[in-house]
Design a protein around this ligand. Structure first.
Ligand code: HSE
Length: 411
């Protein structure tokens, strides 16, 4: 198959932009060259000469020789402006901006359709791990039942360092920032928002469900206290920030991001540092496990490079699952087994929200409840959180177990 020559207009020359520049220098086989680079800050020192840059975004958009726009900037609103303008001009686009893609998923689908141009974004979910293209292409036939995983490198790095090496949360976050893993607003990582944006993208490519960010519930790692860490250590568990989505037989879909206790028998237990790991469960193949570096300049640039390479043979997402129109409904109708830490004054109010309680106790500082509750009750408790409560998921209670739990409660 003959491959197209690609003339790239690059927006952004931060950690990933420079990473891509370096990676492209080392892959001469690919007929892709960067023709122009647009950056915002005229005074920032750069790794390469000023003659390589423009400060006017239209210089790339109006250059008819540029057939691929690679968008690697930080600001999601500015990124959407650039990406939509480029698609309207008939330029193929590669982006790594998960926030922008999650916030504008439907509009971006429409633009690709209307202007008949591809938008690829493998780097936007799990960086180096080729999960989007696998979900899109490989799982087209075998029916996906669930996806579950660690999709944010920074929080996994922080959890690993605080848990295994006893580093303070602030020091671990600083390291994640220094290594170029964290978002410039790290609350996006630590609050579970970045994981939620990625889950939204994965949902579209796995189940064909296009959600809005506000549809997907997320709790991050910023509320995890020393007592939860102690609980995990005593039981030989780790805490991981897990994004998950699963389909019930009745066409209901559940999707959320919540920290979870993970035991040594589980595959995600050994996914540490900046690595991401995703488990897929399908009807016939059963469970499969993907793992790879989830953040950082070269791992992210490698996925951008793979998208650029795919454009050279006219690859585009067909959005097969969306076109299959399964009419799934996103639902809170799921029962979770959790550990809740709360202010001791809240004990009686919160106990009433649980379906079953395994253990509940209070000491002078706080109270704990372990047991089962619905996602809706969990959301109710979390909505009034002023930093005085935290949830860690123990496991999802299956429909059968829920039925048993409910019959015990009503007996
Ligand atoms: N801040 C993100 C992470 C970068 O830590 O996973 C990669 O998407």
């Amino acid at each position: 198959m003959s491959r197209k020559n690609l003339n790239i207009g690059l927006y952004g020359f931060g950690c990933v932009g420079f990473g891509l520049y370096e990676v492209l220098q080392k892959t001469p086989g690919l007929k892709a060259n960067i023709r122009n680079i647009c950056v915002k800050d005229k005074n920032k020192p750069r790794e390469i000469g000023i003659e390589n840059f423009t400060f006017d975004q239209n210089d790339i958009l109006n250059d008819d020789d540029i057939n691929v726009v690679v968008e690697l900037i930080d600001d999601a609103d500015a990124a959407f402006e650039i990406v939509s303008a480029a698609l309207k001009k008939g330029k193929a686009v590669v982006s790594a901006n998960k926030k922008m893609i999650a916030e504008h998923f439907t509009e971006l689908l429409e633009l690709q359709e209307k202007y008949n141009v591809p938008l690829l974004y493998e780097a936007a979910a799990c960086a180096s791990m080729p999960i989007i293209r696998n979900l899109e292409e490989y799982y087209d036939n075998d029916l996906l039942e669930s996806i579950e995983g660690i999709v944010n490198g920074s929080t996994n790095y922080i959890l690993t360092k605080t848990f295994a090496e006893n580093l303070s949360y602030d020091d671990a976050l600083k390291q994640a920032q220094d290594k170029g893993f964290a978002e410039s607003n790290p609350i996006l990582d630590t609050g579970g928002f970045d994981a939620k944006y990625k889950l939204l993208i994965l949902l579209a490519h796995s189940f064909g469900y296009v959600a809005k960010p506000s549809d997907i519930f997320n709790i991050g790692i910023d509320g995890i206290g020393t007592l939860e860490l102690k609980y995990a250590r005593e039981k030989g568990l780790k805490i991981k920030l897990i994004a998950q989505a699963f389909k019930a037989a009745d066409g209901k879909l559940s999707a959320f991001v919540i920290p979870k206790f993970v035991s040594p028998e589980e595959r995600l237990y050994s996914v540490d540092d900046v690595f991401n790991g995703v488990l897929t469960k399908t009807s016939f193949a059963d469970t499969q496990f993907f793992v790879g570096k989830g953040a950082g300049a070269h791992p992210t640039a490698s996925a951008v490079l793979s998208d650029i390479s795919a454009l050279s043979y006219n690859y585009r997402y067909e959005y097969k699952k969306i076109k299959q129109k399964e009419d799934l409904i996103l639902s809170d109708d799921v029962t979770l087994n959790v550990l809740l830490r709360h202010k001791k004054e809240d004990a009686e109010t919160f106990k009433k929200k649980f379906i079953t309680i395994e253990e509940a106790y209070t000491n002078n500082e706080a109270g704990y409840i372990t047991g089962t509750l619905t996602l809706q009750s969990l959301k109710d408790i979390q909505s009034g959180n002023n930093g005085d409560r935290s949830f860690i998921l123990q496991n999802i209670v299956t429909a059968k177990e829920t039925a048993i739990a409910e019959s015990v409660l009503t007996a």
